[in-house]
Design a binder for this molecule. Structure first.
Ligand SMILES: Cc1cc2nc3c(=O)[nH]c(=O)nc-3n(C[C@H](O)[C@H](O)[C@H](O)COP(=O)(O)OP(=O)(O)OC[C@H]3O[C@@H](n4cnc5c(N)ncnc54)[C@H](O)[C@@H]3O)c2cc1C
Length: 530
């Protein structure tokens, strides 16, 4: 952490690279807590739309789409703190946090059909771990992160572990793969140990009222616009110059694609979102598969590679972005001008919409899961239109029914595979033929990049040693003990950056320390042992 903090914030301009929740949170804290003028905060975003991973768009005619939906929990301390300051989309007297808490209290997450096999519900009252597997899990928690190095999960457990209820629940809830980082799995076990006993029912999960673009990004954008924050869209940062000496590191110039460079003044700052899990995503259609884009079509990874080449303290992006085949998976959003599927699932699962969460088809080659959110999930979704979202963790495998890898499937083919697994193809066929259903597939080449095995130091510190005027933000900057693939992690890095560089009198909020609370340990141990 730098020793000299800014005491004259009104003289500073701050450039934020990216407009994901990490950068948006930074803008809020800079204006609110550090005293930087809103009009001196610049968000440089290469996309046409704000929010990064927090997306949600479309309409009843062309189909709705989200790349994913967010599960949250009570101890997303930084995230909920942030959203407690933001008026909600529909009621300016209620914060986004309070709206989300009220919504989650009304539609309590309590999955009744978490795992299916052969179209029938599986009993998930036991995790199905044998004594050896239970011991391995506990041994993992008590190992140091350093000792795990860049090991993958599959070297720690026996092959039978990957057939247990525990693994099916774990892999599909968090999107861990067998080849993902063992150290990240350990962090998740420790960070969310208070939820382990309720994992099979997705207990303790909180949600926003609508998709996160509408429930979170639009309210934040309105808040920041009112403060005068400047949004520069379609502005891609390609490189940053630094003045590097033995004890000080100072960013000097921001280079933009096809635009004039920005020369940083003495009291100016740049916060860099290095890497992005939704970089290079592509939408297909009902009759066209999504296209898998490659590294050369992405900006954020190239920027981090350019910057990382200048100093070892700027991290090592390679483990996170050089192996798309191990990082990618595909999702889809279905839009139905009909209630049949939602009525069928309510009856089958016993969950009304918004209370069931993930349903996983354990015998699906693609390892398909889907979620029926509370309807409407989009503010512009008509009452007679229903949506659901799904994803597959193994897009290169041929389907059990559709004789193609998921990656090559159209939206229509993805649904046909799902209907067959649920044994409702006859029920759904007339609707498919009548054009009442649409489905948009999405390819995400880097979505699991943050779980790739990595060494300590591959993620740069938020404030590298000696950094005078810059910070790294988001999923690929290091926030010790917190868990990537969460919005909480990104907001935490924003607090670390702002409170570390500016005199605010504020401390970064601590990560919820459930691993040291005996009552949670006992409950988790009982669940693992069940
Ligand atoms: C399918 C899916 C499901 C998820 N589920 C959950 C969940 O259940 N719970 C949860 O807590 N989290 C979940 N997440 C994770 C969470 O949404 C992300 O971790 C978080 O939103 C990342 O925010 P960020 O600001 O760090 O980065 P991003 O959202 O990746 O934003 C980075 C932004 O920077 C821009 N950018 C990058 N490089 C440049 C450049 N060189 N110049 C200009 N702009 C640039 C990008 O275009 C992008 O807009 C999920 C994510 C996905 C994709």
């Amino acid at each position: 952490m730098t020793s000299i903090k800014n005491k004259k914030p009104k003289d500073s301009k701050v450039y934020l690279i990216g407009s994901g929740i990490a950068a948006l949170a930074s803008a809020i804290y800079l204006e609110k807590d550090a005293g930087v003028l809103g009009s001196n905060i610049y968000i440089l975003e290469k996309a046409k739309i704000l929010g990064g991973a927090l997306d949600g768009s479309g309409n009843a005619e062309n189909g709705f789409v989200t790349r994913g939906g967010r599960m949250h929990e009570l101890h997303y301390t930084c995230y909920w703190d942030l959203l407690s300051h933001i008026p909600s989309l529909e009621d300016h007297n209620v914060s986004v946090r309070d709206e989300s808490f009220d919504f989650s209290n009304r539609f309590v997450s309590n999955a009744q059909a978490r795992l299916l096999k052969d179209g029938k519900k599986l009993d998930v009252s036991s995790f199905g771990l044998n004594l050896k597997q239970q011991t391995e899990l506990l041994k993992l928690i008590f190992s140091s992160e350093k000792s795990l190095g860049n090991k993958s999960i599959e070297v720690w457990f026996d092959q039978a572990f990957f057939k247990t209820n525990f693994w099916f629940i774990w892999t599909t809830m968090f999107a861990f793969q067998k080849w993902s980082s063992l150290a990240e799995m350990r962090r998740y076990m420790m960070r969310f140990i208070h939820l382990v006993d309720v994992l099979p029912k997705l207990g303790g999960i909180l949600r926003t009222k609508y998709d996160q673009y509408h429930s979170v990004v639009i309210p934040i954008t309105k808040y920041l616009e009112a403060k005068g924050v400047q949004f520069q869209m379609e502005t891609e940062v390609v490189d940053i110059d630094f003045d590097l000496s033995a004890d000080k590191k100072t960013a000097t110039v921001i280079h933009l694609k096809d635009k004039n460079e920005i020369v940083l003044g003495e009291s100016d700052y740049v916060f860099i979102t290095n890497g992005s899990l939704t970089e290079g995503t592509d939408n297909g259609t009902w009759d066209r598969p999504a296209k898998l884009k490659g590294f050369t079509e992405t900006g954020s990874w190239q920027l981090w590679k350019n910057v990382a080449a200048k100093n070892t303290a700027f991290g090592n992006p390679k483990p996170f972005c050089d192996n798309i085949d191990l990082q990618k998976w595909y999702s889809f959003t279905a839009t139905l001008k009909d209630n049949t599927f939602h009525d069928y699932m309510e009856n089958f699962s016993g969950n009304v919409d918004g209370t069931g969460g993930l349903v996983t088809l354990t015998d699906s080659n693609w390892l398909l899961s889907f979620v029926i959110a509370r309807q409407p999930h989009f503010p512009n979704q008509p009452d007679d239109v229903k949506i659901f979202w799904g994803y597959g963790l193994y897009p290169d495998r041929k389907g059990n029914y559709v004789n193609k890898p998921m990656a090559e499937c159209t939206g229509k083919e993805m649904l046909e595979e799902l209907w067959h697994h649920l044994k409702i193809q006859d029920l759904m066929k007339p609707l498919m033929e009548a054009g009442k259903i649409n489905c948009i597939p999405v390819a995400m080449p880097f979505v699991d990049s943050l779980f790739m095995p990595r060494e300590i130091g591959d993620r740069p510190d938020v404030l590298p040693k000696g950094a005078t005027n810059f910070a790294f933000l988001g999923q690929f900057a290091e926030a010790p003990t917190d868990c990537v693939f969460t919005v909480e992690y990104s907001v935490r890095t924003a607090q670390m950056a702002v409170y570390g560089l500016f005199e605010t009198g504020k401390e970064v909020m601590p990560v919820y320390d459930s691993i040291h609370k005996p009552k949670f340990l006992i409950k988790a141990a009982q669940a693992i042992n069940s």
